[in-house]
Design a protein around this ligand. Structure first.
Ligand code: GLU
Length: 466
């Protein structure tokens, strides 16, 4: 049996969850979930100034909203510092790392001289091969003994084979002079201890991979499979930033995009499955693999996001959609729907959910449900409530008293009524929209009538006609 896949997302807490982190998390989640594997979360919280509980919360909220469930407990990198140091000490004991007593001033002076002489500024510590008898009683850092010749090849699933000449790598520091481990060591030890089999992350970490591999090799650990994915660009081909639009996951949640649409859209950012644009989670889990990740940066296309989210809202089953709508209202601090409005929403959803890209759009289309009598017509729709049309509306209500409250009957009734008044239903529609919803753009008049029912329809028309 092949080994179980274990992936992870390892965000540094920055105060919010960037859309790029969300995409990386999604890829890791899809890869694991599609293979019966595990998806873990590690917070890279060694930068104590930025690593506030709130910053971690923001990541957890983003993951939860996106529906990216994690296995096991959240791992804190900072809390594992002792273990990271232990690995450095093991390498030291095995002669694969060494104590370097060079002071920072010495190294800085070396670099300056090398630069002035036009030579490589890569520092080669004189302590690499020193014997313990020569050690001074002074602070030291622990450095790895990196190979000086040959090459390191990162066999990357996205980038292909990336070859790094070993003479461009220095003896990287593993432990600082205060004994604390460096980030590069922490990542490797954590990934190893967490049993990570596949490291799928942004290609801004590709250079780190070569140095991290040295630690794997020194420890005799099996390398993970690497997949370094290109970053996300804005529509103009520059790195995605606030200039282009929202970059935080929570902003999309607040704008009312459905999480399912967001997952679908983010999956398409840099990965493809033939020409498929719209797909379900089940399909994405089934289809996702590392071979179909593109090598060039993807561009965030806000129109496409809208389009895909609209398709997801339309495809969501009514009860589930209502649930999502309620969660949206709660998350944005908007008042919850009353029981009465909820029942109306249930009736209206099949008509409302076509062509709404976000929950606020859906709620806007449901304005006729959200308003209470007397419905106040907005400026534009009020224009269609002149004396003539108010007179016609007044005549209409008795006809509505007796008609059976079904679409075909209502249509027949209103068409006949329009004909009697030498006009077409189209002419009646504007004053009816104004009466029922107080707006000129609404769902179909019949849909609104059927949803709010006979009594409310007649009462709103009477209000408008008065
Ligand atoms: N903490 C890194 C970041 O947020 C990710 C490191 C990794 O995936 O190895 O970019």
């Amino acid at each position: 049996m092949s080994q179980q896949v274990v992936t992870r997302i390892a965000p540094s807490p920055t105060g919010f969850m960037h859309i790029g982190t969300a995409r990386t998390a999604l890829f890791n989640w899809l890869y694991a979930r599609g293979r019966g594997g595990k998806f873990l979360l590690r917070i890279e919280d060694t930068d104590r100034a930025r690593s506030t509980p709130e910053a971690t919360e923001a990541i957890l909220r983003g993951m939860e909203w996106l529906g990216l469930d994690i296995d096991g407990d959240v791992v804190s990198q900072f809390e594992r510092a002792t273990r990271h140091a232990e690995v450095a000490h093991q390498l030291l004991a095995e002669g694969k790392a060494y104590k370097c007593f060079a002071s920072q001033d010495e190294i800085a002076a070396f670099r300056e001289e090398a630069k002035a002489a036009g030579k490589s500024t890569l520092y080669h510590s004189p302590w690499r091969d020193a014997t313990p008898e020569t050690y001074p009683d002074a602070p030291y850092v622990v450095r790895i003994k990196a190979p000086r010749d040959g090459t390191t090849v990162i066999r990357d699933k996205v980038q292909g084979d990336v070859t790094i000449k070993n003479d461009t790598l220095d003896d990287m520091i593993l432990l600082r002079s205060d004994g604390t481990p460096v980030y590069m060591l922490a990542v490797v030890v954590d990934d190893h201890d967490m049993g990570i089999t596949h490291v799928i992350r942004g290609d801004d970490h590709l250079n780190n991979a070569a140095r991290q591999m040295l630690i794997y090799e020194a420890m005799g650990w099996t390398l993970p499979v690497y997949a370094h994915i290109p970053l996300i660009f804005g529509p103009d081909g520059k790195k995605l930033s606030k200039r282009h639009g929202a970059t935080g996951v929570e902003e999309y949640q607040q704008m009312g995009y459905p999480a399912s649409g967001m997952r679908n859209y983010l999956a398409r950012l840099g990965w493809s499955h033939g020409d498929d644009e719209f797909f379900t989670d089940a399909q994405a889990k089934d289809w996702f693999d590392l071979d179909s990740i593109g090598r060039s940066p993807s561009r965030f296309d806000f129109k496409k996001l809208d389009n895909i989210c609209g398709q997801h809202i339309a495809a969501t089953e009514n009860a589930a959609l209502l649930h999502e709508l309620e969660a949206f209202l709660a998350s944005t601090g908007l008042p919850a729907l009353s029981e009465a409005k909820t029942s109306l929403f249930k009736l209206a959803l099949p008509h409302l959910k076509e062509r709404a890209k976000t929950y606020p759009e859906l709620i806007d289309k449901a304005h006729f449900i959200m308003v209470d009598r007397p419905v106040v017509a907005d400026e534009k729709s009020a224009k269609s409530l002149d004396t003539v049309s108010r007179g016609i509306l007044k005549e209409l209500t008795p006809h509505l008293q007796n008609v059976s409250w079904e679409r075909t009957e209502l249509e027949a009734c209103l068409n006949a009524f329009a004909e009697d008044h030498d006009t077409k239903f189209g002419k009646l529609a504007a004053p009816l929209r104004a009466a029922l919803a107080g707006r000129s753009a609404t769902p179909s008049v019949f849909d609104m009538m059927l949803v709010i029912g006979r009594d409310e329809t007649i009462a709103r028309i009477d209000d408008a006609a008065a």
